[in-house]
Design a protein around this ligand. Structure first.
Ligand SMILES: [Zn+2]
Length: 233
């Protein structure tokens, strides 16, 4: 009965309080949750979670040792994903972040090669940047993944102790130099699981993730995998 009533109640609620699509701002139908059907179809999904040797894995493999890597979407400048991530990161629209994180969680849940991950680590922001933004986007994604996949989230293990310039606005070479030694592993983090999944919002050059993995180098028993909402190819 409850199932039968839900669409009727949603339609009624939509009449009084119309909901709009997070992607295109058009009004949503009662059966659409956050994105309209058209936006859902148009999302540039990678399906990398189905192929271990996928383009993002190949790209990162050249930079550091890793077990597996995936990104749910292709990041295209001025595309729908870029817009949703911008709304999430810079306009504080957490609904957009949660929506994309659920897509990523679903892909990882279906993937055979992320099954051995035992802990999730979000790429940290420098504390001053996090204070300014009010949240760490990678942590928001990590929370969704942790809940959906049933894997513990560790937010105090990896620390960003060097304040870097905004990486999106500097050249590739400068980005590598700027971020190289920006992270360290909290010395009190003992008894860490052996296979960790590093989470970021967008993979561009891989410089940030390379710097993060560098911080784990002292602990040679730890294996690292990578997941992000989107990647530039
Ligand atoms: Zn839409």
């Amino acid at each position: 009965m409850k199932k039968l009533l839900a669409p009727i109640l949603q339609s009624f609620s939509d009449l009084l309080f119309p909901r709009t699509c997070l992607g295109c701002n058009q009004y949503l139908n009662f059966h659409e949750a956050a994105l309209c059907l058209r936006c859902q179809i148009e999302l540039p999904q990678t399906h990398f979670h189905l192929t271990p040797n996928n383009p993002v894995f190949k790209k990162l493999k050249l930079l550091f040792t890793l077990e597996a890597a995936s990104a749910a979407f292709v990041f295209q400048k001025e595309g729908r994903i870029a817009d949703l991530i911008h709304q999430f990161k810079y306009n504080g629209n957490l609904s957009c972040g949660n929506l994309l994180a659920h897509y990523l969680a679903n892909t990882l849940d279906q993937s055979a090669f992320f099954k051995k991950v035992e802990g999730i680590i979000p790429v940290p922001l420098h504390p001053s940047r996090q204070r300014k933004r009010g949240f760490n986007q990678a942590e928001i994604i990590g929370k969704v993944l942790s809940k959906k996949l049933g894997i513990p989230l560790f937010t105090e293990v990896l620390i960003r102790y060097k304040k870097t310039r905004t990486l999106a606005h500097i050249g590739e070479e400068a980005r590598w130099i700027e971020i190289k030694d920006a992270f360290k592993v909290n010395s009190s983090s003992v008894n860490l699981p052996k296979h960790l999944l590093l989470i970021d919002d967008v993979i561009t050059t891989g410089a940030t993730l390379a710097a993060c993995t560098n911080a784990f180098k002292k602990n040679s028993t730890i294996k690292l995998s990578i997941a992000a909402l989107a990647c530039r190819l």
